[in-house]
Write a protein of this length. Sequence first.
Length: 503
Amino acid sequence: MSKTAAPGAQQPTKPPPLALVIFGASGDLTARKILPALASLADSGRLSDQFTLIGVARTQWSDEEFRQAVTTAVPGAGDTWKKLVERFRYVPGEYAATATFDKLKELLGEADKKYKTGGNRLYYLATIPEVFALVAEALAKEGCNQPGEGGDFARLVVEKPYGRDLTSALALDAAVHTAFAEDQVFRIDHYLGKETVQNVLALRFANAIFEPLWNRRYVEQVQITVAESIGVEHRGGFYETAGALRDIVQNHVMQVLALTMMEPPTAMDAKHIRDEKVKLLKAIDIPSPDEAVDKAVRGQYLAGVVDSESVVGYREEEAVAPDSCVETYVALRLQVDNWRWAGVPIYVRTGKRLPVRVTEVALQFHRVPFLAFEGLLSRDLRPNSLVLRIQPNEGIKLHFGAKVPGEAFRVQSVAMDFEYDTAFADPGLDGYPRLLHDAMVGDATLFIRTDEVEQAWEVVAPYQEAWSEPGAGLHFYDAGTWGPHIADLLLERSGDSWRTPTL
């Protein structure tokens, strides 16, 4: 399929004038994600000409050292970004110190006068999670939670993880809400910035051939896979405090599940879409901790072979305890207790050091009620399925039965494939660039509301409690495999089996 321009393509939209303040500006997240995203926005014409950036961190850098770090983080940036970097400023100091905020307020006032940022403020918390509340409270104490003179907004962007459990998430929300109203808070999950995640809404609600089938009458099971072939890399210290349940299931998986299975919203705006997501999350059956043990599997990777290379086990990774019981793999069997999905099993799995990197949602449909050509004639026929590939090779695949050429009436499964990079010449913004742009313009559709956070933690809470004892229910698997064998039994009880994603 040749590339064609997207129908009705619009000119790049520019946010209003603003000053972006990044707390944790010297950290890894800023260098790896935020700065490249901003460079992408600048070079594609999606940043205001009246934009500037102020970094805040404990690292003792000068303005020039910060600008050099910014340039190093995005070596291939264009001229627009390089010119913009010349105006960036930096504030070294403790995050809650009055001296830090005195300097920050001075630079914000200077930006309003020199670069016409208009008093608009966007604060990005790219720090370690332990200081989220501290910074939010300090912003309020120092009077930075309101727009500057003549400004229209002051917003707060908060990275994940948003809490470590339900209790800590509620405590963080209480601290944030003492400083900012809910409509000022943008909780970011980069998965929601992916075009393929957003396209779930278009697939369901813009196509009459799909929405009538999107229910228990036609769908036999749903599988969500978030697989990574890499290990923890240099993030062993972080992963020791998180694990797969907190790192992936509580946020990425719950968000994708909610978009896939929610009811149609009455309007395609932030409020109505997020209302329906919350309703879906509240409909997920929450087992007791004892019941959760039978509905979940947690695992940890051992040494093995991935992409023809030998790799070490999790306990041999940098900054990981030699007797660590943190899970790198989770499989869950969930159910949604509402009219649309009652009785449909939802299988979720995520893990590191699996055979391939892939994120997909697969809806498997019921088999036909009667098949006249059984046996050898249909041995290669699988149930119809619709697969939403979120990464990599983003697209949609529909599996259906077709006759094999020849005299015998033999039927096998074939696939129709849609791929974003071949269908659209300009795939648009994705991930962090899209979410940063939306935060600047005030569109909260792809951000997580406080009741979504709370309900997602409610869903995973029984599993956290069931696994709270050291080593509780931990199963091991060789790197390069699809997880511990016991995860297969989670499905086999119902006569089901895991899909093997194909790229």
